[in-house]
Ligand binder design. Structure first.
Ligand code: ATP
Ligand code: MG
Length: 350
């Protein structure tokens, strides 16, 4: 309700009451009108002055402050000293909206804070494990280097493995932070996806053989599957997905890579028939350091950063990745890539 209407109704009520009381005692319409007019006019002026001075102007100030806080300084300046025509009503609405937005902001900050804490403790834990191992091996080495050179070589090898693990960890963390800050540019190029799959399969051939995993990529994929992406980074994506399928697959199992043509994208699926992933883990799978069986993952040399990097790479390409899995049946990771079917002649003119 508008402020002046509010004052008007109050003054009307006072005027009418005094007028009617007057009529009751005087029994004269003349006195009723006079007393009504005078009391209505006086109370309107007094109420208007008092409410404006002590209440309304303060509400207006509160409204202005909330309004400018909500808008931010620049926009506020651009709009000038905007005042609503009905601040009493608006202030309630603005406070509700403002409180809602602040609540959301606080929740987000709390989540980020928890994420930061978890991340720090994960990082220190991941670094501590190999570092303590190296420390142990070096100490033992000092004792046995003269008496038992064979044993010393064994410990040296173990220390070396842990140093390697540390350097993987640092490299992975480095790539994630660079991808996040956009420091690693995406070098888009047009390339055929089929040879890339074959290349990755060849690199991982020995690993697959050691785990008795059969890598399947059907012969039907002979026609060029031209995509528009950063080849090196997509190679990294395929490396991690196939490597995971081998690591977490079962013995004598298989991994198949399939391509599907969508409207302006290709869908790539990497499916294994391994241990699978319980549903409760799926939403957190792409988080940094998230591992379901950390013991097994660590034994396999994993840092738990692989899928986080994969997701970052695909998001930087404005593409998506999803996972579906059934425990003891298998897991499928599916991601999209931008199709590029322009004739080769046009390439480079873009
Ligand atoms: P890294 O990739 O850094 O060497 P990692 O393989 O352990 O280490 P991610 O690739 O991020 O890390 O995978 C995270 C976790 O998800 C794994 O530790 C594993 O528990 C689970 N996971 C990933 N792929 C599969 C899969 N194909 N089947 C079952 N579990 C999987
Ligand atoms: Mg991995």
């Amino acid at each position: 309700m508008k402020f002046s209407v509010l004052v008007f109704i109050t003054a009307l009520a006072v005027g009418l009451s005094i007028g009617l009381v007057n009529y009751h005692f005087q029994q004269s319409w003349y006195y009723l009108i006079i007393s009504f007019g005078v009391s209505f006019g006086t109370s309107f002026l007094v109420f208007y002055y008092l409410l404006e001075r002590y209440i309304y102007s303060k509400i207006k100030l509160i409204y202005k402050q909330i309004h400018s806080l909500k808008l931010g300084k620049d926009l506020k300046e651009a709009l000038g000293e905007y005042v609503s025509s009905d601040p009493i009503n608006d202030v309630q609405q603005e406070v509700e909206e403002w409180a809602g937005a602040k609540k959301k902001e606080i929740e987000l900050l709390k989540k980020q804070e928890q994420f930061r804490r978890e991340f720090l403790s994960n990082v220190s834990h991941e670094f501590k494990t190999p570092l303590f191992a190296i420390q142990g091996y070096v100490e033992t080495l000092q004792d046995c280097i003269v008496d038992d050179p064979e044993m010393a070589i064994k410990f040296l090898k173990k220390a070396e493995n842990n140093i390697e693990r540390l350097s993987y960890l640092i490299n992975d963390l480095d790539s994630i932070s660079k991808l996040e800050t956009g420091e690693i540019p995406i070098n888009y190029q047009r390339f055929d996806f089929v040879p890339l799959v074959k290349e990755v399969m060849e690199i991982l051939e020995d690993k697959a053989l050691a785990n008795k995993t059969k890598l399947i990529f059907k012969d039907k994929y002979t026609a060029p599957t031209m995509v528009y992406a950063d080849r090196e980074k997509i190679r990294q994506v395929m490396m991690n997905l196939i490597q995971n399928s081998i690591k977490y697959g079962r013995e004598n199992g298989s991994t198949s890579i399939k391509l599907f043509e969508l409207h302006d994208q290709y869908l790539i699926e990497v499916t294994d028939d391994g241990m699978g992933i319980e549903e409760k883990h799926l939403p957190r799978l792409f988080e940094r350091f998230y591992r379901i069986d950390s013991h097994r993952s660590r034994k396999e040399g994993g840092t738990g950063l692989g899928l986080a990097i994969v997701k970052h790479i695909l998001e930087a390409h404005q593409q998506t990745i999803s996972v579906r899995s059934t425990p003891n049946i298998g897991t499928t990771f599916a991601f999209t890539l931008q199709k590029n079917n322009e004739p080769l002649l046009n390439y480079g003119k873009k």
